[in-house]
Write a protein that binds this ligand. Sequence first.
Ligand SMILES: NC(=O)c1ccc[n+]([C@@H]2O[C@H](COP(=O)([O-])OP(=O)(O)OC[C@H]3O[C@@H](n4cnc5c(N)ncnc54)[C@H](OP(=O)(O)O)[C@@H]3O)[C@@H](O)[C@H]2O)c1
Length: 249
Amino acid sequence: MNNNPFSLINKTILVTGSSSGIGASVAIECSKLGAKLIITGRDLDNLNKTYKELHGLGHIQVIADLNKDEDIKALVSEIPEIDGIVHSAGILGTIPFGFITKGKIDEIFAINFASPILLSKNLLKYNKLKKNSSIVWISSIAGNLITSSGSSLYGASKSAINGIAKGMALELASKKIRVNVVSPGVIKTNIFNSGIISDNDLNMEVVKYPLKRFGNPEEVAFGVIYFLSNASSWTTGSCLTIDGGYTLL
Ligand SMILES: NC(=O)c1ccc[n+]([C@@H]2O[C@H](COP(=O)([O-])OP(=O)(O)OC[C@H]3O[C@@H](n4cnc5c(N)ncnc54)[C@H](OP(=O)(O)O)[C@@H]3O)[C@@H](O)[C@H]2O)c1
């Protein structure tokens, strides 16, 4: 008998963006708590790296570009019924407001907002989400609680997530499906190694955190696990901020 309310034994969890960063960490930490994982991303080498770090047996990996409808449909048809999904796939994209184009709006909103909606919708349509399953969105403090120069579009895509998650939580409650959001501050992942944000800017940023450091992906994963597990069985439509105290100031 397992008395740990955070246990994920007998749960199958789909994690998008699990070839890297927060998604990879979520998948690995979920496997340590007994979950069977379905990991997905576009980069096969990186997905293989995550797969090798998963604990336990019976995990599945699926290559999919979630901006492509046919890949979403193939992913949904290939997988068994699941107990939870974590929408972690996303892109950063800093751009001054005056340089925003229709193309840039489409690019950022496609993967950060539209794809996870369509994936969730298809999972529901083909009855792949079990009763009592849990949907977790990785949003951000950007757009919801703070902003910075160049992040208006990214922030808008993240505040859109918080909006749709509330509506989903209400509409899916009748199916006993819960929907919650995790909003991290800056987490040390590839999203920040891409050169989009300079080392100088990052050094100026880190001192603004009351806990005086950026977060680690595992520290987001532990919040996600709360929402995936039975520990949060009466929690839906809520948002957990994980930001080292940044938004206190
Ligand atoms: N890092 C932070 O400070 C931070 C803070 C707040 C929120 N977030 C959010 O956390 C989430 C994960 O970010 P991260 O830092 O872990 O970034 P990351 O390391 O760059 O990982 C991004 C993931 O998204 C996947 N992805 C991107 N476009 C895709 C597409 N078209 N189809 C399928 N997968 C796609 C990537 O897969 P491939 O590489 O295989 O294509 C990768 O696995 C994002 O939604 C981000 O906005 C991050």
